[in-house]
Design a protein around this ligand. Sequence first.
Ligand code: ZN
Length: 247
Amino acid sequence: MIGGIEVIDFHGHAGLWDGVGMVDDVDTMVAAMDAVGVDRSCVFGIFHLDGRRGNDRTAAIITARPERFIGFAYVSPLMPDSMLDELTRAVDRLGFRALKLYAPHTPYKISDREWDPIYDFADSRGLAVLHHTDERCSPAHLAEAARRFPNARFVAAHSGNTPPARKLAIAAARELPNYYLETASTYRTPGVTEELVAGAGAERVVFGSDTPLMDPRSQIGKIITADISDAAKRLILGENARRLLGL
Ligand SMILES: [Zn+2]
């Protein structure tokens, strides 16, 4: 809780990532959240290509601390025969509230038609889709999907990450009412939060930390200390996420 509002972190991982030493220990994650006033973290398991194992790991975290974590469903076009069943299971049985997609695990562009059954599922239910973006996974390709599926809400994870891709993400958010920018990133020179708000409006910017891959303290610090209004900070830190997740 910061300034009387519930703080929601829109980007967190479930699972183990050995190469970078990421461990999803629930107590450690909650302690990190408590240290910076994050009330609830959205988590997803993207490290198993079958979707199901990662979603089960996400569900285990939520079961451990249901008041602190929100699940996002992970599937991919590499599981064409099972992706809709798994999405339905994750949303209807596990209670997940949005989708997380990660094109680098596939040979496809974000705008390729192989993703369409997944986007159509989100569109039919009005769900948010957090999709990894960077220079290769272009925010412009995510915009193509957002144009085709106007009832789904597309959130560009990392806001494109690098300056050229970030410009594309901001342009897409200006053009499309169902396009949002998420703030987690290793690449953040000072001023990027201000750039996102000036370019797209604070109602389109959503705080994410990439916890526990990244330390949420620096990720939230760049929002709290940004040269933007208090009203903008409230939108970014929680109010936009509440709207996107139907909370
Ligand atoms: Zn991430």
